[in-house]
Design a protein around this ligand. Structure first.
Ligand code: SAH
Ligand code: SF4
Ligand code: F3S
Length: 439
């Protein structure tokens, strides 16, 4: 019987895709996937540390395995990802959970197979965290689970050091993949039937800066869009400071690029943006939004917003609310600032009490939801094209997104996953749309 693996993933799309790489490594060693931790021979936690609750979540779930491990000493438990890459985190983890067998970081995910070999020959835990970035491994060994969508890394790391953010500390400096390697991977995926490619990087707009101007991000997009086939191209994340006309023109001119841009603004107060080290003002941000809408009038915009950053006043917070109204986001991911040890903001005076943070996030979420509902209501009676990506067994409905990221649901006798489906929209609720196939 084959040995079984279970991977538990926290955090961003980057981690979701890296879990596909972990799955690829385990499968190449003869493991197959299982859904139940009681059946697993190895459980891998791919962790995140962007906010404290992401870490608490992982800690809680790892701790809960103590009993299972006692009853099944052959079970291997491995912990990797951003959380373990933080300074001193591996030691803390080992102290708290001595039953963990393998600890690895973000820079040596590719060598998980070797760590498994090392563990097989030893009773002791294998802890291996690299302080430095490794070489980019170019063979695509991912076991992809998101057909018809595929994630493709175009770069790793981040150089921006926004003052609140732990990512540059746990993901290292920016490293861009060679353009030809990216286009080979994208070609292979589309030839293999994938219909939507999402390019991943912490700041895709600085793609290529470390490769002596060989190929900029807009040039990369144009290169990937040379194919005639019907597919969708998305990317995340764009940092507003590097978002410019060349990119906007590529979005306008390449039919495969979805008219949805995720452009995290974080805050609407210039004073707070400066303290965050974001390198743009609210007015500059809004000018970029205007530029985007000038070239791509139907383009939708989503964002990330944070409340309760150190020293944020009621007036600063109101500036965020007013920017949300002005920018007309179709939806937003909203966060309460979380103090991350080692970052510049963690040392700032004027940390905001939790009660104030909570009150602000509630007001922000209410405004965002109101805007999202208004945008959804505009869909009533319209016909949209979705890429069918899944079947929801509970609801008995197929689902997929339109190019603007809106989820449409429909009934069908036939499996339509992987097809573009035109839907006539009837009911709308929140972000979800219910429709009838129009063909
Ligand atoms: N590279 C992306 C963001 C990656 S992190 C960018 O620059 O936009 C995703 C989001 O998590 C961020 O946009 C930010 O809103 C939020 N975030 C990051 N650090 C945080 C912290 N310390 N507390 C709360 N939210 C945080
Ligand atoms: Fe974090 Fe800023 Fe880098 Fe995004 S750009 S990952 S928020 S440091
Ligand atoms: Fe992503 Fe979390 Fe790491 S958001 S980059 S998994 S800290």
């Amino acid at each position: 019987m084959k040995k079984k693996y279970l991977i538990v993933t926290y955090g961003c799309q980057m981690n979701v895709h890296e879990s596909e790489k972990i799955a690829g490594i385990l499968r190449s060693r003869g493991y197959e996937e299982c859904k139940d931790e009681k059946e697993a021979d190895i459980i891998v936690f791919n962790t995140c540390c962007i906010r404290e609750n992401a870490e608490n979540h992982a800690y809680g779930n790892i701790g809960a395995l103590k009993k299972l491990k006692r009853g099944n000493p052959g079970l291997l438990i491995a912990v990797g990802g951003c959380m373990t890459q933080q300074e001193g985190a591996a030691e803390r983890l080992r102290k708290k959970f001595p039953f963990v067998d393998i600890v690895f970081g973000t820079h040596n995910l590719d060598s998980l197979g070797e760590l498994l070999d090392r563990k097989a020959g030893s009773k002791k835990a294998v802890v291996d965290i690299w302080g430095k970035e490794g070489e980019i491994r170019e063979d695509d060994y991912s076991f992809r689970t998101s057909y018809p969508n595929a994630w493709v890394n175009i770069m790793y790391g981040c150089n921006n050091f926004c003052s609140y953010c732990i990512v540059p500390y746990v993901r290292g400096r920016e490293r861009s993949r060679a353009p030809e390697k990216i286009s080979e991977e994208v070609d292979r995926l589309i030839d293999g039937g994938y219909k939507e490619i999402t390019l991943l990087g912490q700041n895709v707009n600085s793609y290529g800066n470390d490769r002596e101007g060989e190929c900029s991000f807009p040039q990369l997009l144009r290169r990937l869009c040379r194919r005639e086939d019907k597919f969708r191209l998305r990317f995340m994340t764009s940092n507003p400071k590097d978002f410019g006309e060349e990119l906007v023109r590529a979005i306008a001119e390449c039919p495969q690029i979805c008219h949805l841009v995720h452009l995290p603004v974080q805050a609407g107060s210039d004073r707070i943006l400066k303290l965050m080290n974001r390198k743009y003002t609210a007015a500059e941000y809004l000018r970029k939004v205007e530029l985007l809408r000038k070239y791509v009038p139907d383009c939708q915009l989503t964002t990330d917003i944070m409340v309760g950053f150190p020293t944020e006043t009621e007036e600063d917070f109101r500036a965020t609310l007013s920017l949300v109204r002005e920018a007309g986001f179709s939806t937003a991911f909203t966060f309460v600032y979380s103090r991350r040890s080692g970052t510049a903001a963690a040392k700032m005076e004027g940390q905001i009490p939790e009660s104030v943070q909570k009150e602000r996030i509630m007001r922000l979420v209410e405004l965002v939801n109101e805007q999202t509902r208004e945008k959804s209501a505009c869909y009533r009676g319209r016909t949209i094209e979705i890429l069918c990506e899944d079947y929801d067994e509970k609801k008995g409905l197929y689902l997929g997104r339109d190019e603007y990221g809106r989820m449409g649901y429909f009934r069908s006798e036939k499996n339509r996953i992987g097809e573009f489906v035109r839907l006539k929209i009837g009911e709308t609720s929140g972000v979800s749309l219910m429709g009838e196939p129009a063909d």
